[in-house]
Design a protein around this ligand. Structure first.
Ligand code: FO1
Ligand code: CA
Length: 308
C-alpha cells in the first residue's frame, strides 16, 4: 500500500522526509506544485521540485528554506558586475539543475522524465511527479498590478496586497502521467495534503483538470495537514495572504477552503477545533527536527487509517 502526498516546497518536503523514515521509498508518491516555475535568465526553474530533491537527498539549505547547503555564488556575483538581473539568487550548484533541465526540455524531454532522472541520480527513491508537464504559472492580481509569482514572492517579498490569484495555463494543462493513476489506485492507502500554502501551493495542483475529480473519486481518505499553527502560519506569506483574501487565519478557514475534498484534517494542538465539522486529529504539527517530521508523518498516517 502506498501514500500519495500533494505538496509545495518547504513544508511539504519536511512531511515527505518524515514519511521516508517510516515507509519504504517505493511506497511514497509526491505530486508537486509547479505553479512557481518560471523562466529566468533563459533557464527553467522549478523551485518546489528542487526543494524536494534537495531535502530528500540531504542537500537542502534548511536555514534559508530553498537552495543548497554550502552553496557558492560566483555566477551571481559575476552576473551582477555585468549588470544582469540579480533579484532571484541562482547559486553555482543550483545552476546545474536549471541548465540541465532547460537543455533537456528544449530537446523534448518532459519535466516528469527529467525530474525522475534527477531523483534517480541523487538516490531519491520516492516517485516525484510534477503536477503537469505543461506550463502552469501562478500569478497574482495585487494593489501593485498583476505580478508573476516569483516577482511577487521574491522580488517584492510578498509586500503587495493580493486581490486574486490565477493559474495561467491550468485549464489547458494535462496532469502528468501517473498523477491521477496514483490518486485513484486501489493500492493507495492514504492521500495527504501537505502543510503547504493552500492558495499558492495546493490550489495550482487542484486547478489542473482531473486532479480534483480524482481526489473526490479516490477510495483512499484525503487528509490535510494544517499549515496554521497557533493562529499563525508556520512560514511564509500564508497568514498575510489569508487576511488579504478576507479569511480568518485559522484551521477552520483552511478546512472551509478545501471543503468536501477532505475526509480528515490534522490540526495543531494549539488551535481550537470546535468549529470544524469534519473528523480531526490534533497533535504538535511543528516540524523543526527530523524526529518532529517523523512524528507528524506517523500521526497523519495513523489518523488517515482510522478513516478508512
Ligand atoms: N527565494 C527567495 O526568497 N530569494 C531567492 O533569491 C530565491 C532563489 C531561488 C532559486 C532557486 C530556487 O529553486 C528557489 C529560490 N527561491 C528564492 C525560493 C522560491 O522561489 C520560493 O520560496 C518558492 O517558489 C516558494 O515555494
Ligand atoms: Ca474521497
Amino acid at each position: 500500500m502506498s501514500v500519495v502526498v500533494l505538496t509545495g516546497g518547504v513544508g511539504g518536503a519536511k512531511l515527505v522526509l518524515g514519511l521516508t523514515q517510516i515507509l519504504p521509498a517505493d511506497q511514497i508518491t509526491a505530486i508537486v506544485n509547479t505553479g512557481d516555475d518560471f523562466r529566468h535568465l533563459g533557464l527553467w526553474v522549478s523551485p518546489d521540485l528542487d526543494t524536494l530533491l534537495y531535502t530528500l537527498s540531504g542537500k537542502a539549505n534548511a536555514v534559508q528554506g530553498w537552495g543548497r547547503e554550502g552553496e557558492t555564488w560566483t555566477f551571481l556575483e559575476t552576473l551582477r558586475t555585468l549588470g544582469g538581473e540579480d533579484w532571484f539568487a541562482l547559486g553555482d550548484g543550483d545552476l546545474a539543475l536549471h541548465v540541465l533541465r532547460t537543455m533537456r526540455m528544449s530537446r523534448g524531454d518532459t519535466l516528469a522524465q527529467i525530474t525522475a532522472d534527477f531523483a534517480h541520480h541523487w538516490g531519491v527513491g520516492i516517485t516525484m511527479l510534477p503536477m503537469s508537464n505543461d506550463a502552469v504559472a501562478t500569478s497574482l492580481e495585487t494593489d501593485a498590478g498583476r505580478l508573476a509569482f516569483q516577482s511577487y514572492f521574491v522580488e517584492r517579498r510578498c509586500a503587495p496586497v493580493v486581490e486574486r490569484i490565477t493559474f495561467d495555463g491550468a485549464k489547458q494543462a494535462r496532469s502528468a502521467p501517473g498523477v491521477c493513476e496514483a490518486i485513484l489506485s486501489a493500492d493507495t492507502r492514504t492521500i495527504l495534503i501537505a502543510p503547504s500554502n493552500p492558495y499558492l501551493s495546493i490550489d495550482p495542483l487542484l486547478a489542473v483538470p482531473g486532479i480534483e475529480a480524482a481526489l473526490r473519486a479516490a477510495t483512499a481518505p484525503v487528509v490535510a495537514v494544517t499549515p496554521i499553527v497557533g493562529g499563525d502560519a508556520v512560514k511564509g506569506p500564508t497568514a498575510k495572504l489569508m487576511r488579504e483574501l478576507g479569511v480568518a487565519v485559522s484551521p477552520a478557514s483552511v478546512a472551509a477552503h478545501y471543503g468536501t475534498l477532505l475526509d480528515g484534517f490534522l490540526v495543531d494542538e494549539r488551535d481550537p477545533t470546535a468549529q470544524l465539522s469534519l473528523p480531526t486529529f490534533a497533535c504538535d504539527t511543528l516540524m523543526h527536527s527530523l524526529a518532529d517530521r517523523v512524528r507528524v508523518a506517523e500521526s497523519a498516517l495513523r489518523f488517515a487509517d482510522s478513516l478508512r
